[in-house]
Design a protein around this ligand. Structure first.
Ligand code: ADP
Ligand code: ASP
Ligand code: MG
Length: 422
């Protein structure tokens, strides 16, 4: 007889919509039990139910504007614990055996940056012992424990994806499946472009750019983990049996379409420091201060200087607005700047495709599509496989649709999207 310890390991992650109700949790129990019967050691990673993480944020905001990272993380991690224990009960109720683990119990060791901790390493012995004993291991997504402070940490919104891929790497799993509320990765967010196309496959290189550009379907860190550790990720619907999209860690043999897709992000804000000196060391002073405060700066533009003075504009996550203001006040004063402005009604739209490297004219065509839609561009930035523009927040949906159509990405089938996601 085959011992459980000889069976291949599969990691299956279920997002908020997939576990939004107790009925859906029972459906997940069915699915993971079927996977186990098919001959796998099953490790399940769960998100909080439905929109419950947002509800936790709302409650904290009712009490304070500055909840503090440590207590916010304590609060956040309760969401996933609700799901993991209910799922263990549902599996037991169907005659299976399951044990749930918090991130800390699963050996997910992180740094101590609350709200966006990075996984340093995973020591998954308890998870391994559990599946080797023939039980299903359920791990709470999006959380870990700090090596230094021993406090509970979270990995940033959408972080259960990263828990799943990191566990798959640590356990040398055969497969890593991300179950969600759409059929896979599409050429644009199906909520904005209903006739977007499902991609059968996408390279990790392109998926990294899509996620970094705001495609919330996979957290950026999860794609990085997959690429760095050779984990292929299968993104698929928890409401059907259809295959979804494979995100391949190695892309050597892949043939690329010129364009993979269009991504958008409305969660960024833009700061402009006025009239700062145009001399060596100024950028270093500004961006070192922001880096020390753990602010992830995205685009940076320095304007043409007049009489040795210039303006500096950069974008950053809107959620870091208070931090950016706190950091910029002394920096602006030290540089003799009259001050800075922050604008959060901006959005970023990006076109991503590995084929751009060898196809000139892609950026021009994108700008023409925006011109035809009468949309003004505030900032432009590019990488070898991405072109991004910052525009007015109100123009995002129209810009995504215009660019998607201009590159012939529209399919003929409208996509059904599940309503309540978390
Ligand atoms: P989960 O709770 O399962 O983690 P998320 O809400 O985090 O689900 O991610 C799924 C959502 O990502 C979809 O409902 C969709 O609106 C959004 N999305 C954004 N860009 C894309 C894309 N290119 N392809 C598919 N979905 C996308
Ligand atoms: N529940 C967390 C969130 O909503 C983590 C996740 O679902 O991936 O961001
Ligand atoms: Mg998600």
């Amino acid at each position: 007889m085959t011992e459980p310890a000889d069976l291949p390991i599969i990691v299956q992650k279920f997002g908020g919509t997939s576990v939004a109700t107790t009925d859906r949790i029972e459906r997940v129990a069915d699915r993971v039990l079927r996977t186990q019967k098919a001959g796998y050691r099953v490790v399940v990673v769960v998100s909080a139910m439905g929109k419950s993480t947002d509800d936790l944020v709302t409650m904290a905001e009712r009490i304070t504007r500055r909840p503090g990272g440590r207590e916010m993380d304590m609060l956040y991690t309760t969401g996933e614990r609700v799901t993991m224990s209910l799922l263990a009960m549902a599996i037991a109720e169907e005659g299976g055996k399951a044990r749930s683990f918090t991130g800390s119990q699963a050996g997910i060791i992180t740094d101590d940056i609350h709200g966006k901790a990075k996984i340093l390493r995973i020591t998954p012995q308890r998870v391994l012992d559990c599946v080797n004993a023939g039980e299903i291991a359920i791990v709470a997504g999006f959380q870990g424990v700090s090596e230094n402070t021993k406090d509970v940490t979270t990995l940033g919104r959408g972080g259960s994806d990263t828990t799943a891929v990191a566990l798959a790497a640590a356990l040398e799993a055969d497969a890593c499946e991300i179950y969600t509320d759409v059929d896979g990765v599409f050429s644009a967010d199906p909520r904005i472009v209903p006739n977007a196309r499902k991609l059968d496959r996408i390279s990790a290189e392109e998926m990294l750019e899509m996620s970094a550009a705001g495609a919330g379907i996979l957290q950026l860190r999860s794609v990085e983990f997959g690429r760095n550790h050779g984990v292929d990720i299968h993104v698929r619907s928890s409401f059907s049996q259809q295959p979804g999209t494979w995100v391949y860690a190695k892309e050597d043999e892949m043939e690329h379409a010129v364009i993979a897709g269009v991504a958008h992000d409305s969660s960024e804000a833009k700061a402009t420091l006025r009239s700062i000196p145009d001399r060596p060391g100024v950028s270093a002073a500004i961006f070192s201060a922001l880096a020390d405060a753990n602010v992830n700066v995205d685009m940076i533009v320095q304007n043409v200087s007049e009489s040795a003075k210039t303006d500096m504009t950069f974008t950053f996550p809107e959620s870091d607005r208070d931090t950016v203001e706190r950091v910029l006040h002394p920096v602006a004063a030290a540089l003799g700047s009259p001050g800075f402005e922050i604008e959060d009604r901006i959005g970023k739209v990006s076109l991503v495709g590995a084929g751009m490297k060898t196809n000139p004219g892609v950026a021009a065509k994108m700008f023409e599509a925006l011109r035809d839609a009468n949309i003004n561009i505030q900032i432009i930035s590019t990488s070898t496989i991405r072109v991004s523009v910052v525009i007015d927040e109100d123009d995002i949906d129209e810009a995504v649709r215009a660019i998607h159509a201009a590159f012939g990405l529209d399919g003929d089938q409208a996509v059904a999207v599940e309503g309540s996601r978390g």
